[in-house]
Design a protein. Structure first.
Length: 120
């Protein structure tokens, strides 16, 4: 099991290093409990997948999609992936790179509303 954990940790590090500019911009707004004191992690391992961002406390995944997510194959993959995350108890919010670049405040408001909807 230790080898699998090490491989997942390395994969998460690799994904963080390869983050898009939009992901980095959103991360700067989420990290360090900057959004209403909610803790987010980046490239979080959830089941067989890695989420761009996750708030484990509220079981919310945030995905920032680039242009490659528009192909039919990628859309189908994303839907299957989202179904698994939902079965694991997570809600998934998807946004595009352009949303983050042009309307970061609106993206953050949407995330905050989803977090508030899940208040215990």
């Amino acid at each position: 099991m230790r080898g699998a954990d090490t491989a997942k940790s390395q994969r998460a590090r690799d994904l963080r290093r390869a983050s898009s500019e939009a992901e980095l911009k959103l991360w700067r707004a989420l990290r360090g409990r900057r959004l209403a004191d909610f803790k987010f992690v980046r490239q979080a391992s959830i089941g067989p997948f890695f989420a761009d961002f996750a708030c484990r406390e509220r079981r919310l995944v945030i995905e920032v999609d680039g242009a490659t997510h528009a192909s039919d194959d990628q859309v189908a993959y994303d839907l299957r992936r989202e179904a698994v995350l939902i079965r694991l108890g997570y809600r998934v919010l998807r946004g595009g790179n352009l949303d983050v670049y042009e309307n970061l405040d609106g993206v953050l408001e949407t995330i905050l509303a989803a977090l508030s909807d899940q208040a215990g």
